[in-house]
Write a protein that binds this ligand. Sequence first.
Ligand code: ZN
Length: 185
Amino acid sequence: MIYFSARPITLQQVDTKQYESLRKFRGRFSKNALREDYKDVQQFRTLFTRQLAQTVNANFTGLRAHDRARDDGQGELERARSRRRREQETEEARYRRNQIRNERDAERARYRKVNTVGGATVWEFASEPHHYACPTCWDTSIMMLQPQSAMSGEFYCPRCKTSYPIGPMQPLPPETARRSPNAWG
Ligand SMILES: [Zn+2]
């Protein structure tokens, strides 16, 4: 906004050259759009206060809308990011679970269920070092059975304390025995 004083003055006070320049300058602003004329300070104050409020309100509202739009945009972006993060975490968790399961399966695949000489049904490791695993604990973990005493043929699980009459340990298949002559310690 530009304000022009329309205050009455005496002609003697007027520098005609300057007044002509001012008139041209004033003519460049159409009335009501950008230009206001005021007769005295009181009117100037009223006009200026009202128009300032209107201008600020218009622009401020615009800014607020802009801020909201920007915040919405950022919120959307942030939501998309955390969604992707959650997806990645889920993927990783799934991958880890699969890995653990595969490892467990691979480990369990090396055992076979056997009926021992002593009459127990246990899991026998198919490789070296030769040992038996507790069938009671099998679903939770692979627990290696421990001999109760040197030659009794009685084994027990250190976890669930179940005893298994396995009987005298059978020698390993010949090819395994050859590869590990000290397997029986
Ligand atoms: Zn057990």
